[in-house]
Design a protein around this ligand. Structure first.
Ligand code: HEM
Ligand code: HEM
Length: 190
């Protein structure tokens, strides 16, 4: 029997295709990078000049997240979510869908709020000296709203990521089902 015809290597119709898997892992890397740097800048107790150095990377990863994320979120909306990889309680299906929708929203809302917070505070959006967007001038209400989103949403994101990654590990190591495998190799067996 050839490898491709083996049931353990065949891709399930309800698996993720290579575009979806590439989209997921690329955006996850960019997003976690921006999130990690943001948290270190805010709570790491670093000296001012170190925060300044990290800010360039933070903004670059954030802008890359929204630039690629627009396509990535559009692809998911167009393709929809596949059904669960194994028999699952209705509440777990609903919870997983809610977290997935929340994370898709955060992929756009986090960088968008960061960009709006900057350009509405009278500053251009520039990264390493390259200006990507001009300042909108000082728009107090917009700066306040965007800053509230950018500084409060990370707490919800951290909670969603803890559930998301915890569930993926539980499915893989405790339930031994294909939830993680279909997002890595695309195969239906863990
Ligand atoms: C995936 C994208 C992004 C994530 C996950 C993210 C996350 C964060 C986090 C967690 C903080 C610390 C918040 C706090 O002070 O409590 C932060 C701060 C900040 N971020 Fe982002 N960010 C992203 C994209 C951006 C972008 C594109 C910009 C563009 C200008 C930006 C600009 C800033 C600025 C200026 C701060 C400092 C805020 C302050 O303390 O006044 N971020 N970010
Ligand atoms: C180490 C980190 C991560 C692991 C192990 C992981 C694992 C997974 C797995 C196994 C699935 C498939 C779930 C299913 O079929 O029911 C999935 C889907 C998903 N993940 Fe993650 N993930 C990680 C990070 C992230 C991050 C950082 C984000 C976004 C900020 C994210 C957003 C999503 C979304 C929106 C889906 C739904 C399918 C899609 O549109 O790609 N994940 N993840």
């Amino acid at each position: 029997m050839t490898l491709t015809s083996s049931p353990s290597r065949r891709r399930a119709p309800s698996s993720y295709g290579c575009v979806s898997r590439f989209n997921h892992w690329l955006t996850a890397t960019l997003f976690i990078g921006a999130l990690g740097l943001g948290l270190v800048m805010a709570y790491g107790g670093l000296p001012r000049e170190s925060v300044g150095a990290l800010m360039g990377w933070h903004k670059a990863l954030g802008v890359a997240t929204i630039a690629y994320g627009l396509w990535r979120v559009g692809w998911r909306i167009a393709k929809g979510f596949p059904p669960p990889a194994s028999e699952t309680h209705a509440w777990q299906i609903a919870a997983s869908k809610a977290v997935h929708v929340g994370l898709l929203a955060a992929i756009l809302a986090m960088p968008l709020s960061g960009i709006l917070m900057t350009v509405s505070a009278g500053r251009a959006l520039s990264i390493w000296g390259v200006t990507l967007l001009p300042s909108l001038g000082e728009i107090g209400w917009l700066e306040t709203a965007a800053e509230a989103v950018h500084t409060q949403l990370p707490f919800a994101v951290l909670a969603m990521l803890a559930l998301h990654i915890g569930a993926a590990l539980k499915h893989h190591f405790i339930d031994h089902d294909a939830t993680l495998a279909r997002m890595t190799s695309g195969r239906i067996r863990a």
